[in-house]
Every structure is written in structure tokens, then in C-alpha cells.
Design a protein around this ligand. Structure first.
Ligand SMILES: [Zn+2]
Ligand SMILES: [Zn+2]
Length: 328
């Protein structure tokens, strides 16, 4: 499925099977989960996508062919996961200081290089992951972004005991399971009046759940804002104890309104998380099956990618949308 121009629906098109060049794997795609970032790309909210573009960056597939100079980590038939971070130069100041997520020349799957709404793709082997065996191809797909970048956001909260989460979507649902597993007290903020999500988060183990317009019963040591709603940032900041941190976990957010300096005073911090490093992925895929982190999914055949995006945009999904190739 191809995006010709942001703002338009994806079009179904026969695409030639790509050839793996040096360092690449040719992967037959089994599933690809749909991320909110895909919506931002399709809607034109992120600048300069490759066009035409095959979106999708939570790809699960099987190695069909191996290009020259691929290290021996993979062999034909192996299951691989292909994430958002698709390529880095390895030589800029960020890459050389273990911050490849900030690489000056980074390329991103399903944004600046073709992604997984397709039957085949090629991927730089160095950025592919082996996936834990306990998950099937559908279950594991949402872990590749919602899980992985959510995990990077979570790690930024250090050893915060009282953790707030604003916006309880896919990433929050996965990260909450790790936070609870690690003994954190969880405070969940939803759209005001969304009692169903509040109840779901309490069933999962949240200590408190309420509307984003409410203050939690205790001050928070950290908060992660997963919703792309700027006014949640000062709201989260206002709920922090001294020395607390607000982590913005999304790639796109509406503008943040002004707030009194006293809310930032006493060494409170606001930060954001950009992309992922390969190390984040390795850590996450180590911990996820041990919790075990469980995903909720709704599957769609590849040809119904537009329907999946529409239902995601409308908030009608009960789990992460996962496109299944060759569903027939
Ligand atoms: Zn770099
Ligand atoms: Zn994503």
C-alpha cells in the first residue's frame, strides 16, 4: 500500500520485489502493526517523507535472501523484527556517543525509507532484531514501536516510584505492565470522562485512574505523556513532586501552553524521547517476555490498511491494528 501524497488515502499497487543490496536482508513480511506515527505521516504532520512511500515501521517477517556483507546474526528463514530506526551513519557526534537515536543522517522505516505495508521489504541487517519466541507474528508486532519507544520513555523516568501516564493507548498499555512488574505505583490519566479506559487501567493494576483535568492523590516522581496533546505537559508538570520529570513520548504534539515558573522550579525537568537505539530494543526484547508483556491486537488484511488507519484515527480500535499479509 503506497502513499503518493500526504492527505490522500493509500493506494494498492503492485510493487516489484526489492533486491537486497550489500548489508541488507530481503524480508517476506508476515505482519506490520499500525502506529500513531503512521497517521502523522499519512496526514502530512511530519515534514519531508519519502514519496511515494510505503508506510509502516513495526514489521515482522522472515529472511528470504541475504545481501553481501551481512554478519552471521541472521540466516535464511529466520524471523526478524524491523523497527523505526532503519539506518544511521555511525560516524556523527551522536552516533559516536551512544546516541544513534539522534543521528544527524538517520533514516526511518516507513517515513524516509519504505516500510512494511507490503509483502516484501529490504532492511539493513544491523538494525533488525531477533524476536522472542513466545510471541506469534501478530502478538509481537506492536512491541516493535509502541513497546520499544515506550520503553525508552519509561527508562527516562529512572527509578521513579510514583509514575503517572497521560494517555492510555498502545504504548502506555505495554509500558504499564513493565512498570507494575517492577513495583511502581501507577497513576493513569485519560480523557476526562473516559471511565472505560480508567477502569481498564485499574484492572491492569493502576493505583489510581482519573481524567487529565484532575490532580492525582499523591505527587508524582515522574510522568510520561503519550497523548499528542500539548496542554497535558503543564498539567503533568503541575502534578510532579520536587525533582520530578515529565517525559514526552510522542513524535508530534500540539503546542504547549505557557505555565508558571514555580511549576518547573525545584529541579523539575521536561524532556522528550526521540526514536530508539538498538540497545533499547535489545533490553526491551529481553524484559518483555519475562514480564510477560501482553499485547492486544485487531487484525486487518493488508488491502484494508486505509480502514485500519481510519478506525485508529476515530478511536474505534480495541487493540493495536496489525496488518496481516497474505491473509487469504
Ligand atoms: Zn550518526
Ligand atoms: Zn511508531
Amino acid at each position: 500500500m503506497v502513499l503518493d501524497k500526504p492527505g490522500q488515502p493509500l493506494r494498492f499497487r503492485d510493487v516489484e520485489k526489492p533486491r537486497p543490496s550489500s548489508g541488507q536482508l530481503l524480508v517476506r513480511i508476515a505482519t506490520c502493526a499500525v502506529c500513531r506515527t503512521d497517521l502523522h505521516v499519512v496526514d502530512g504532520e511530519l515534514p519531508d517523507p519519502k514519496l511515494p512511500l510505503i508506510p509502516g515501521h513495526q514489521i515482522v517477517g522472515y529472511v528470504e535472501e541475504i545481501g553481501e556483507e551481512v554478519e552471521s546474526r541472521f540466516k535464511v528463514g529466520d524471523r526478524v523484527g524491523i523497527p523505526w530506526l532503519g539506518w544511521t551513519d555511525g560516524e556523527c557526534a551522536y552516533c559516536r556517543s551512544h546516541r544513534e537515536n539522534l543521528c544527524d543522517r538517520a533514516r526511518f522505516t516507513g517515513y524516509t525509507i519504505d516500510g512494511g505495508y507490503a509483502e516484501f521489504t529490504v532492511a539493513d541487517a544491523r538494525f533488525c532484531f531477533h524476536l522472542p519466541d513466545r510471541y506469534n507474528d501478530v502478538e509481537v508486532a506492536p512491541l516493535l514501536c509502541a513497546g520499544l519507544i515506550g520503553y525508552r520513555s519509561y527508562r527516562k523516568t529512572g527509578d521513579a516510584r510514583r509514575l503517572g501516564i497521560y494517555g492510555f493507548g498502545n504504548a502506555a498499555h505495554l509500558i504499564a505492565q513493565i512498570a507494575l512488574h517492577e513495583g511502581r505505583d501507577l497513576f493513569v490519566f485519560t480523557r476526562p470522562g473516559d471511565m472505560e479506559t480508567q477502569q481498564n487501567s485499574k484492572t491492569l493494576g493502576a493505583k489510581w485512574a482519573g481524567g487529565s483535568d484532575e490532580m492525582p492523590p499523591e505527587k508524582l516522581d515522574a510522568a510520561i505523556v503519550f497523548a499528542s496533546v500539548g496542554p497535558l505537559v503543564p498539567a503533568a508538570l503541575h502534578a510532579l513532586a520536587k525533582g520530578g520529570i515529565v517525559v514526552c513520548g510522542g513524535i508530534h504534539m500540539s503546542d504547549i501552553p505557557s505555565f508558571p515558573y514555580v511549576d518547573l522550579w525545584e529541579e523539575r525537568v521536561i524532556t522528550s524521547v526521540a526514536n530508539l537505539t538498538r540497545r533499547d530494543g535489545e533490553e526491551f526484547f529481553d524484559i518483555a517476555p519475562r514480564v510477560p508483556v501482553k499485547t492486544k491486537t485487531e487484525t486487518f488484511p493488508l488491502e484494508q490498511a486505509n480502514t485500519a488507519l481510519e478506525r485508529f484515527r476515530a478511536g474505534e480500535l480495541k487493540g493495536t491494528a496489525v496488518l496481516v499479509m497474505n491473509a487469504s
